[in-house]
Design a protein around this ligand. Sequence first.
Ligand code: SF4
Ligand code: SF4
Length: 91
Amino acid sequence: MDPASKLALDAFKNDKESHILIRQEICKSCAEKYCLYVCPGGLYSINEETGELLIEYAGCLECGSCRVACPYGALEWSYPRGGFGVQYRYG
Ligand code: SF4
Ligand code: SF4
């Protein structure tokens, strides 16, 4: 089974509030935007109108890559509250 098919088996229970908070004032002056490239779910994007960094937190795989990759400490990252977040079905 390929990785994409395995990921499709995962289930998500979404909280109302994001477990990843973005300090937009820092991201505004970030040229590299590593978060756009490291997230295995491709959950980060840029709002073309406002230039703000967006995160689709509901699809987060809780890998922590974005927090490690950001060199400017712009992400306040915590695990989802108990009972919420991803449930892996295939390792
Ligand atoms: S989260 Fe970090 S890497 Fe991503 S845009 Fe903001 S400052 Fe840059
Ligand atoms: S923790 Fe992993 S899956 Fe979640 S937003 Fe960050 S890079 Fe993407």
